[in-house]
Design a protein around this ligand. Sequence first.
Ligand SMILES: *Cc1c(COP(=O)(O)O)cnc(C)c1O
Length: 432
Amino acid sequence: MVNTTIKTTKSQEVFAAAQNLMPGGVSSPVRAFKSVGGQPIVFDRVKGAYIWDVDGNQYIDYVGTWGPAICGHAHPEVIAALHEALEKGTSFGAPSVLENVLAEMVIDAVPSIEMVRFVNSGTEACIGVLRLMRAFTNRDKIIKFEGCYHGHADAFLVKAGSGVATLGLPDSPGVPKSATSTTLTAPFNDLEAVKALFEENRDEIAGVILEPVVGNAGFIAPDAGFLEGLRELTHEHGALLVFDEVMTGFRIAYGGAQEKFGLTPDLTTLGKVIGGGLPVGAYGGRRDIMSMVAPAGPVYQAGTLSGNPLAMTAGIKTLELLQKPGTYEYLDRITKKLADGLLQIAKENGHAICGGQISAMFGLFYTSGPVHNYEDAKKSDTAKFGRFHRGMLEHGVYLAPSQFEAGFTSFAHTEEDIDQTLAVARDVISSL
Ligand SMILES: *Cc1c(COP(=O)(O)O)cnc(C)c1O
C-alpha cells in the first residue's frame, strides 16, 4: 500500500482537548469513531465532494454531513443565497414568505404531504409526528422496526440502530420504562410479525413508523411487497402509516421513497436534505391529520427558531438545484458505479460481502448476506469494516465511521472521484 500514514497531529491535539470539554469530545456520538477504532479527524472546511482536516489533508467525502450535502458541500448558489438572506436577519420568530416557498416546494414534491410544519431537526419532526399519530387515532401504541432510527426521543430509543448499535447500548439509561412501554418492535421486512402485533393489540395501535429504506442499520432496502403490506395492514386496522424520510427524502428520489416506490403514507417526516446543511426538520401529511396541529388544532408543538429564514433559504436553494433535469439519474449512475465497484473488489479478494444502493444512498456489509433486517446486518464482520474504514481514511477517503450507517454521494462527486475511490479501495481491501 502507498502512503499508509497521513499526518494528523493537529486533529489529535484538538480532539484530546475536546474530550475534556464535551462528553466523548463530540456533539453527536458516532462522530467519535468508537466503532471503527482510532481517532476521528477534525474538520477545517468542506467544499463540493471534499473535506479538508486541520492538518491540511484532503479527503473524498461519502458522509455529506450525514445526508444534507446532496448538492455537494457549500454549493456556491446556496452560499450566495445565504449571504443575501443573512443581511435581512438570522431569525424572525414571525411568519415569512420563505416558509411559504419551501412549504409549497415540499407539498409539490412529496406525494403524502398536503400540509407541513417546519421544525429544527429530524428528532423534533419525529417527536411531533408521534404526538400527532396518537392524538389523531386516540391510541397510544406504535410499531417501529429493529434498527430503524427516528431521532433520540425516549419513545423511539428501542432497538434504534446506528448510534445506539455502535455503542452497544440496547436501550439508553434515563429512558423510563413507561416511555417505551407503548413502543412495539418488529424485524424490518417481516410482515408476519407486524400482523401478529396488530392481532395482539387490537384497536390499540396508533400507527407504524419506519425508514422506508433503512440507513441507520447500514443500508437495507425493503423487500418487494413489504411497504405495500404495511399500507394494507394499517388501513385494515385503522392505524396510520408514517414514513420517516429524514434520510431518504429528496435523496433516493425528489419525492423520496414514496415517489420511488409509488406508495403513499399518511404522514411523513423530513430533515437533512431539506435544510441544505442548516438545522431543519419537517413533518407533514394528510390535511385532516395536519389540521390537528396547533394553532389550527389542539395538538401542541412549537419552536423558537422553527422556519427561520437562513434554514428556509438553504432548503429552497437546495431543492431548486435538485430540480435540474438529470440530477437523480446522475446520482444513481455514480453511486451504482461506486457500490458495484466496491462489491466486486471485495469479492475478487475473497471477502464475504453484500450490499447495494438506491440513487445517492449506498451500503456494504462484510457478510455473505443477504441482509433483510438488523439481525442479518449484525452478522457483518465489524472488525474488518473497522480496518477497511481506517485504510480508506488514511488514503484520503472519508466513509461513515460505523458499519451501521449508509453512505451518501452528491452531484459534486465526479466520475474521477469514484474511480479514485475504487483505486484506493483496491489497495486497502487487498490487504485487509
Ligand atoms: C437523522 C435521522 C433522524 C434524526 O434527525 P436529526 O436531525 O439528527 O435529529 C431521524 N430519522 C432518520 C431516518 C434519520 O436518518
